[in-house]
Design a protein around this ligand. Structure first.
Ligand code: ARG
Length: 232
C-alpha cells in the first residue's frame, strides 16, 4: 500500500538527525527540539499515531524515507529542487540563512566570503551548508583540500574549537545556538534565504492532512509557543 511503513497507514514514523539544536538534539538519551514537538503535534492533529523516532545520518534521511523505513523527515531540511525530485515537502515552516562560525577569540575573524581565502572550511555532509562550501571552492575562494565534511554539526564545531578547521558553515539559528554555548561566534552571514519543510514520500497522500495540521498549529498560536519555548 502506498504511503505505508510496516504496513500501518495509521502510524507516521518520523526520522531526524539529532545534532542540530535547537531543532533536534539528544538530551538525557531522548531526542528533543523544535522540530520534534512540531512534527509530533502535526502528526497527532492530522489524526495519525506518532511512531518511534529514528536518529539517522542526515544523508540517509531521504533514502530511508523512500525505503519506507521512516514516513516523515523533520530535520531542519531545506526545500530545494534537487531534493524535490526525490521527495515531497510540506509547506515551509521556517526560514534560514547560513552563518559562518569561527573560534571566538581566534586570530581568524573573516568579515566576508573573500576573507575565507586560504581557510579550511567545514560543514555537515549532505547539507546546504556543504553546498555553500562547494560553491566557495568552485569560485576559487577556498582550495579543494580545504573543504572538510563531517557526519554531524556537533563534530564540526568541536573540530573548530580544537583548531582543526578555521570556519564552519551552518544554518543561522543553529550557529546562534552553538555561539551561545561554546567558544565559537558568528563571523558573518551568507544570505541563502532557505525554507525548511518536512519531507514525505511523493506518493503519500497523508501530506495534505499534515499541511492542514501545520496551518492550524500556526493559526491557533501553538507555533509561536513552540518558537518561544525553543528559541528564546
Ligand atoms: N538546512 C540544512 C539542509 O537542509 C541543514 C540541515 C541539517 N539538519 C540536521 N538535522 N542535521 O541541508
Amino acid at each position: 500500500i502506498a504511503g505505508c511503513s510496516g504496513g500501518n497507514d495509521d502510524t507516521i514514523v518520523p526520522g531526524t538527525n539529532a545534532a542540530f539544536a535547537p531543532f533536534e538534539y539528544e538530551e538525557d538519551g531522548e531526542i528533543v527540539g523544535f522540530d520534534i514537538d512540531l512534527a509530533e503535534e502535526a502528526i497527532d492533529r492530522a489524526g495519525y499515531e506518532v511512531g518511534d523516532w529514528s536518529d539517522l545520518k542526515f544523508s540517509s534521511l531521504i533514502p530511508s524515507l523512500n525505503n519506507n523505513d521512516i514516513d516523515l523527515i523533520a530535520a531542519g531540511m531545506t526545500i530545494n529542487p534537487d531534493r524535490k525530485e526525490q521527495i515531497a515537502f510540506t509547506d515551509p515552516y521556517w526560514e534560514s540563512n547560513q552563518s559562518v562560525l569561527v573560534q571566538s577569540d581566534g586570530d581568524f575573524q573573516p568579515e566576508g566570503e573573500s576573507d575565507l581565502d586560504g581557510a579550511r572550511v567545514g560543514a555537515q555532509k549532505g547539507t546546504t551548508g556543504e553546498s555553500e562550501t562547494e560553491r566557495l571552492r568552485n569560485e576559487g575562494v577556498i582550495a579543494e583540500d580545504a573543504l572538510k565534511r563531517y557526519n554531524n554539526y556537533v563534530l564540526a564545531v568541536e573540530d573548530l574549537e580544537a583548531g582543526n578547521v578555521d570556519a564552519v558553515v551552518v544554518d543561522q539559528p543553529v550557529a546562534n545556538n552553538f555561539a551561545a554555548g561554546r567558544d565559537v561566534s558568528v563571523a558573518f552571514v551568507i544570505e541563502t534565504g532557505e525554507q525548511f519543510g518536512m519531507g514525505m514520500r511523493q506518493d503519500d497522500d497523508r501530506i495534505g492532512d499534515i499541511n492542514d495540521a501545520l496551518a492550524e498549529i500556526r493559526d491557533d498560536g501553538t507555533y509561536d509557543d513552540l518558537v518561544a519555548e525553543w528559541f528564546e
